[in-house]
Write a protein that binds this ligand. Sequence first.
Ligand code: HEM
Length: 467
Amino acid sequence: SPPLIPGYLPLIGNSHQLIGDRKYLWKRSQKTGVICREMGGVAAFLVGSYSYYVISDPDDCLMVSNTCLDKPYAYNFSKRLMGNGLITSEASLWKIHRKLLNPAFSQQMLTAFLHEINIQARSLVSQLSSKVGEEPFDVRPHFVKFTLSTVSRTSLGLSAEDQTIINNEYAETVEELFAVFCSRFQKVWLHLTWFYNMSDLKQKEDQLLKTLREIMDYVINKRKTELKVKEESEITYDPNSGKFKPALDHLLNLAEEQDAFTDDEIREHLDTIVAASYDTTSSALTYTLILLGSHLEVQQRIVDELQEVLKNRDVDVSKDDLPKLVYLEAVIKESLRLYSVVPFIARKIDTHVKLKNYTLQPGTTCMILMHSIHRDTKLWGADADLFKPERWLDPETLPTHPNSFVPFGFGKRHCIGKLYTMFVMKTALAHILQRFSVSGNIDNVVTEYDIVLKPVLGHHITLSSRI
Ligand code: HEM
């Protein structure tokens, strides 16, 4: 068995180390990551008598992710929102649904989204123009609005007039709901369903879920009606001319033609896609922009690259431009490495899993600490804590281990939206940095954990015009 993390007490184990606010929770996770590395990449802690493993050895992480495909019971806390969506569904159903959904996120589909992503990025730039020369401000709400409208258009197929349906109310409600899931995880007595059902937290969860359900049901029913009344000839999808097929149409078609999804499952898939995409991408964009505001030489190098590739043309960032933005990509990767917005994931251990040095026991949970892998000096070198995008430009300066960079998770259940995010982040940053010069200070940023990492203090930036 792996060694226990120090500090455990009789009966309660390490439970007391989970108690604190969400800033504390992030600090505790970081500390656990360091302890786990010091203990050789695998350790254990106890909540009462229940065992959790934490692992940060990349080979062991891959082994666990691909041997145990089911999610542990803590994911069930979010199951009333995401149900049989890809993140929370059981492995047997997930295998079928993932295959059906993969084409909705293929390279060809994403290329067709690109014109729309450019439109949304321009709208973001025009909102940010009002901040030029103003006091330092929080850019995250602008990124939330941008990522929500982008996903509303591309995944839900909402028209320009309707995209505000998935507005800030949806985002705020999802964030409050994630906070409820975290609180429940920390208050171990609320893991017991009958106890939880009597709590105020449960009542809050019911209310928040009702709001989200009403919004998503409205979106689905509206689209269903639209597709019914439209002549078949009117519904043309042509990726080459930007007439893309939104994920919602993809789901509705599969439901009709193959009886592949129930109405509830369609809603659960959409809630999963929207919740998984906007919160992560807007946080990642926020950290990247603050990093650029703190490293002006890096920012200038991106601006030079943009000038070389886009030649000051006020046109869309095209599918041919994206692979040429090599330095911008290096910056995004370095930002995701240092600020892993999904810092860890977990798996239900349902069989004996033999790792390099230990065997994990069934009936337990294993947490896979990506944030710890990303800062491991054995993999990344002595400068692992430093922001150095250049390391991505030369294979010699990158770790040789193939699983050293894993912001999108491990193995078969890795993120379905990783290419989508790269398209969205590159396009948004290209538009922003052509128009504005950014300043900020990453050293002042205080972060909290509520499933996704979020900057909460000291993260304000200022903008000045480049034109
Ligand atoms: C910076 C942005 C993002 C990060 C860091 C990220 C990270 C992750 C991670 C770590 C997982 C694995 C979860 C687990 O194993 O429990 C995951 C899964 C998932 N992500 Fe993302 N994600 C991002 C953006 C997106 C976007 C834009 C979408 C949708 C368009 C998306 C949709 C999903 C879905 C549906 C899954 C479940 C995949 C499956 O189990 O088949 N994510 N993501």
